[in-house]
Design a protein around this ligand. Structure first.
Ligand SMILES: [Fe+2]
Length: 193
């Protein structure tokens, strides 16, 4: 199995956040804490995450929009290493991973009061200097490795693609990819438990 993503079979459906889907803001503002911005919460996901381990909580929920024909810059998520994503878009809308020979660092754009911990700098890379690693459609719940450089792509003829990002914290610290694999193991599709 790859070390970048796993599709998940959850015991419930993550419903489209109808209050968010009409918001089409531009990058970098398209990566936003939608809990803070719009008051979006999801009790089913919160309860599910807590059921995996009593020390797990959810950080504020992020949402981002990829317009038709658009993508977001190649980046990693700093100290957020593993997320559960759910997109609402076309099958051709994807998350892609990249390898880069050169990176540059920037501080996260979200303010400290939007996070429950201190954020590290984010790595960025120029897509033209990157080597493609893998891609996945996240229209079903998907555990994703956000420590490796990644971006999104949405086909030109597709409607906008909205994605919710759920960030599990263990004792208020981000989980690693390996911790994610262990915590979600009973819900990973295609992997023995
Ligand atoms: Fe990211």
């Amino acid at each position: 199995m790859n070390n970048l993503w796993r599709h998940l079979d959850l015991p419930f459906e993550i419903k489209p956040p109808t209050e968010l889907l009409n918001i089409h803001y531009d990058y970098p503002f398209n990566v936003a804490d939608v809990t803070e911005l719009c008051g979006y919460t999801n009790d089913e996901v919160q309860d599910f995450i807590r059921s995996l381990d009593p020390d797990l909580t959810l950080d504020l929920i992020e949402g981002f929009y990829t317009p038709p024909g658009g993508s977001i810059p190649v980046h990693n998520d700093g100290d957020i290493l593993c997320k559960m994503n759910q997109s609402f878009g076309e099958d051709g809308g994807i998350l892609r991973w990249w390898k880069a020979s050169e990176i540059f660092k920037k501080q996260p754009t979200v303010s400290d009061d939007q996070r429950q911990y201190e954020g590290d700098a984010i790595d960025y890379a120029d897509r033209d200097n990157c080597t493609f690693l893998d891609q996945v459609n996240t229209n079903q719940p998907t555990l994703i490795n956000t420590n490796v450089l990644h971006d999104t792509y949405n086909p030109p003829d597709a409607p906008g693609r909205w994605t919710l990002c759920f960030k599990p914290l263990i004792n208020l610290q981000p989980i690693t990819w390996d911790q994610g694999i262990e915590l979600f193991k009973d819900y990973i599709i295609g992997e023995a438990t």
